[in-house]
Design a protein around this ligand. Structure first.
Ligand code: ADP
Ligand code: ZN
Length: 222
């Protein structure tokens, strides 16, 4: 499924638990695009105990945003890498207005621009339910849900056999805080991209395949 353009930049927007990770990674794979998930990047850094890890740890643990001074350069360094030349699917970035503007500017400097923003819409009650039962593969980051999308073998990833774990920030307290941060900082990007004529709203309720189908229709021909 090769698209018409050489430069395809897709942003996934939505609350924690909306299914961004699952769907964004799927789209990147289907379209043969790079995949940048800032949450995954921070978690990977934390496992390796890098200097970035120490800084990131305290923010992720609290459900707060990692400061823009750390996050923005980390992403911008990556988008100019050769392997991301054909385009990128962004998951979890941008998360506030400053990040969105920085991304637009960096792409514009390369004569590129975001093509489409997929806004995955899910009601808050459903978000809470999903985040509460979430298990993630330690190796490939694929998310599962204890009830809605359990792995075939308990505790093991269907895709790579990796060990499943519960993210330390998926506790009731931190989930609350992350949702607060989303509504206070990230939700304004819905407006930002709508004004730019780039926003495409997708109903994020239902099964992974069902939602994936809605997104595929939307991105057809891209
Ligand atoms: P979720 O969308 O479920 O909250 P993520 O994996 O996208 O999960 O993010 C986890 C955490 O990583 C966030 O709560 C935040 O601390 C940090 N983070 C991820 N992306 C960004 C970003 N673009 N800017 C600042 N912090 C971020
Ligand atoms: Zn896995």
């Amino acid at each position: 499924m090769k698209g018409s353009s050489d430069n395809r930049y897709i942003v996934f927007l939505g609350a924690p638990g909306a299914g961004k990770g699952t769907q964004a990674a799927g789209v990147a794979q289907t379209l043969g695009l790079g995949y940048i998930a800032t949450g995954d990047m921070f978690r990977q850094a934390m496992e390796m105990d890098t200097p970035l890890a120490l800084q990131a740890k305290s923010y992720l643990g609290k459900g707060a945003l990692v400061p823009d001074e750390i996050t923005i350069p980390m992403v911008l360094e990556n988008i100019s890498a050769p392997k991301f030349k054909g385009g990128v699917v962004f998951d979890g970035f941008p998360r506030n207005l400053k990040q969105a503007e920085a991304l637009d500017k960096a792409l514009a400097e390369q004569g590129k621009a975001i093509n489409k923003v997929v806004y995955l819409k899910v009601l808050e009650a459903e978000l809470l339910k999903r985040l509460g039962g979430r298990w993630v593969c330690r190796q490939c980051q694929t998310p599962y849900h204890a009830v809605d999308s359990p792995p075939k073998v308990k505790g093991k990833c269907d895709k790579c056999g990796g060990e499943l774990y519960q993210r330390p920030d998926d506790t009731v307290e931190t989930i609350k805080k992350r949702l607060e941060v989303y509504f206070a900082e990230t939700a304004s990007l819905i407006d930002y991209y709508a004004k730019a004529g780039k926003l495409y709203e997708v109903d994020g309720t239902g099964g992974v395949d069902e939602v994936g189908e809605r997104i595929a229709v939307l991105l057809k021909g891209l």
